[in-house]
Design a protein around this ligand. Structure first.
Ligand code: ZN
Length: 135
């Protein structure tokens, strides 16, 4: 059993994190949290809290990274939507049992120490869906 708790964040692929961050902080007046490089995903991220959810800006640290490839194919923009779940292991086991196409069958490290896993867009109506469990 697992429960979806809320929209955790919206992940936005950007070419230049500093420049993108300025729009949210200076133009919209939001407050950005610190930046973090997640080596496994070849990405530098910055979370910007927005009420009960967050905006996650993602800049690739390598031309081979998934964010660089996303931008090459689609341009900058929304790359994924993340839903917070109460138990990610149970969520993955349950979705697998239901035959849902998963990108990650095991949770992996996500920015901020979250446990995350991606569900394939073919299973979700066309969006890359991240499941996220925070400590
Ligand atoms: Zn994310």
């Amino acid at each position: 059993m697992f429960k979806v708790l809320k929209v955790d964040h919206i992940g936005i692929a950007v070419s230049n994190l500093e420049q993108a961050k300025k729009f949210y902080t200076e133009t919209l007046g939001m407050t950005a949290l610190g930046e973090e490089v997640v080596e496994q995903q070849k990405v530098k991220v910055c979370f910007i809290p927005c009420g009960d959810s967050e905006v996650e800006l993602l800049e690739s640290t390598s031309p081979e990274g998934p964010i660089a490839k996303f931008i090459e194919k689609n341009g900058e923009g929304i790359q994924h939507v993340a839903l917070r779940v109460d138990n990610i292991e149970n969520a993955l086991a349950d979705l697998k049992a239901k035959g849902v196409r998963l990108i990650d069958e095991q949770p992996r490290y996500g920015a901020g120490g979250a446990s995350i896993a991606f569900v394939h867009p073919k299973a979700t109506g066309g969006i890359l869906l991240e499941l996220s469990q925070r400590k």
